[in-house]
Design a protein around this ligand. Sequence first.
Ligand code: KIV
Length: 287
Amino acid sequence: MSHIAEARTERVTIPTLQRWKEERRRVAMTTAYDAVTARIADPIVDIVLVGDSVGNVCLGFDNTLPVSMAMMNHHLEAVARTRPHALLVADMPFLSFHLSADETLRNAGGFLQRGADAVKLEGGAKRAEMVRALVDCEIPVMGHLGLTPQSINVMGGFKVQGRNADDALRLLDDAHRLQEAGCFALVLEGIPAELAARATESLTIPTIGIGAGPSCSGQVLVFHDVLGLTVGHRPKFVRAYADGFQLLQEALSRWAADVRSGVFPGPRESYRLPEGLGETIASWAPT
Ligand code: KIV
C-alpha cells in the first residue's frame, strides 16, 4: 500500500497553521533547496523551508555562516518556480537581518517578491524589534530558538541549549517576546523535551521542534537527513526513513555498469531513421 499523500489542492497559509494549533493538529515541515526536492516534498509536508542549511547540506560548507542572500535567493527562486502548496518559508542567512532595519526589510521583502510566504530568523528577545518591523511591513516571521546554528561560535559548537535554570527560563521568556513581537510560529531546536513542552503549552502560536522532543506542535527535519542522503555525522534527533545515499549509488552503479558493458542504451532508449534513409547514410563517403 502506498503511503504517498494525494497532492494538495489548497494552499497552507498562516491562518491554517493557527487553526491547526487550536485543533492540536500536528505539522510536518522539511527543507527544499531546488525544484527536485520541492516537488518531492510539497505534496507531503505542510511547510517547506528553504533553509540556510543549504550551506552545509548542498554547498559543502562546514556550517551556515558563509551562506549569503545571493545564495538564498538562487535556491528560493528554484523552489518557488514549482509553485508549492505548502507554506513556503525562506531562511534569513547570517548578517542579513543584523545590520539595519532597512536592509532587513529589503532582504526579507525580496524573499516575498521571489515567492516566499514568510521568512524565518534565528534569535531571541534581542531580535524582537526587528521582528516587529518586519510584521509591520506585512512580512510574516517564523522565529527560531535554542540551538541556533548561526550562533555556533558563541555556543562553542552544536550543543543542546536550555539545560540549566537560567537558560531554560530565558528561552521561555524569549519565546513569549517573539510571540508578542508578532511571530506566527517558532522553531525550537536542540532543547530538552520538557522545556519544549512547556513553551508549546504556554504559547498561542505553534512550535516546530527539531531535537526538541515530541510535544511541539510540529516537527522539522532536513530533507536529506530524513531520506538518508547526508554523509558523515548524524545528530541523535535524526531518524532516516530511507538509505537514500546507498539506494541512489546502487542505481547509478547499475547504469554505469550497463554503459560499460554496452547494455545501455538499448533499442527503447534510441531514435531510428525513417525507412530507407539507412541506405543513404551508408552510401555517403567523406569528400
Ligand atoms: O536551515 C534549516 O534547515 C533550519 C531547520 C533545520 C530548522 O533552520
